[in-house]
Design a protein around this ligand. Structure first.
Ligand code: 1OR
Length: 294
């Protein structure tokens, strides 16, 4: 049986700010909405990873600050190279992403309802990294830069610092820049397991769900079952990573990884996220993590 990753209930207060809005008196704008609109936004923001570090109250403030926009097919909501003004969540419609010089001018990514984009420029004070174009008529919700930085960047800071430090100790990531390490840290999701939980199941071939894992705390054992015989082939401890082999060759999981300490804390990332963030850098990294370089 596959273990369910549990979300960490801990809410740590943020003391180190490094760059996020520090204005304690900041009051986000409030854009009046019908109950139906609020309900629809709440439904779509559930899938926005960056919002998952927010308390309920913070999320409610972010939601009430959101401004709805109707966009027609063909509109560029974001233009590569411009300054970042908003973060967007897609309620309806679809979007293509274009990056100059990448993929022979074809779209490098596609967003559907529940998708969100425009976080990079706001998080890293960088120019827009891509152009995002509506391919159908669409409805999106915008979070302005200040509200995004005040709530979303701050609440993700503690998690970021912890994972940055962790990534810094892993040789595989020794060649990436500090900024790239921050981006990877932001995209890692905590996943906690209890002793005996199966983290990866040998034979699993549900590639769309595949993630690779960093073991943050605890221990896990690696077993292979062959001809009805199960043998322990390795023990994983803090600082180890696993789950990358099947991603590399797109084949079923070669072994089972089971939590062997009372609790095991991992940080997990889907391959899609890794590629999105590290696409251009993949060649410089160990091939173990890089599959389809755009
Ligand atoms: P932003 O604030 O830079 C453009 O504005 C947004 O497009 C960006 O945040 C992301 O949310 C989104 N590279 C860069 N940005 C991307 C990419 C991307 N995909 C989506 N966005 N890719 C790398 C291409 C070399 C796509 C990889 C699959």
């Amino acid at each position: 049986m596959r273990a369910r990753a549990k979300r960490r209930g801990r809410r740590t207060s943020v003391s180190a700010e490094s760059g996020a809005s520090m204005d304690k008196d900041f009051t986000p704008r409030v854009i009046p909405k019908t109950d139906e609109q609020t309900r629809r936004i709440e439904e779509v923001v559930k899938s926005v990873f960056l919002f998952q570090a927010l308390t309920r109250e913070q999320l409610q403030k972010v939601v009430s600050s959101m401004e709805g926009r109707e966009v027609s097919a063909g509109t560029d909501v974001i233009t590569q190279g411009k300054e970042g003004d908003n973060f967007y969540v897609v309620e309806t419609g679809e979007f293509d992403v274009f990056v100059e010089g990448a993929n022979n001018g074809a779209s490098v990514f596609h967003y559907k309802p529940g998708g969100s984009f425009g976080e990079l420029a706001l998080m890293y004070s960088a120019p827009r990294a891509a152009t995002v174009r509506a391919v159908t008529d669409a409805k999106i919700w915008a979070v302005d830069r200040q509200t995004f930085r005040h709530f979303v960047v701050r609440s993700n800071m503690v998690r970021r610092q912890k994972y940055e430090q962790f990534l810094g100790q892993i040789p595989l990531f020794s060649k990436i820049t500090d900024a790239e390490r921050s981006q990877l840290a932001d995209a890692l999701q905590p996943a906690e397991f209890d002793r005996g939980n199966v983290i990866i199941q040998q034979g699993d071939d549900n590639y769309d769900e595949f993630k690779f894992y960093l073991l943050v705390q605890g221990e896990a054992s690696v077993t292979i079952t062959k001809n009805g015989q199960t043998a322990v082939v390795g023990e994983l401890k803090e600082g180890d990573y696993f789950g990358e082999m099947a991603l590399l060759e797109k084949k079923q999981r070669a072994a089972t990884v089971t939590a062997s300490s009372e609790t095991v804390e991992c940080a997990a990332m889907t391959l899609e996220t890794f590629e999105r963030l590290m696409g251009r850098k993949c060649r410089a990294l160990s091939s173990a993590m890089c599959l389809r370089v755009p």
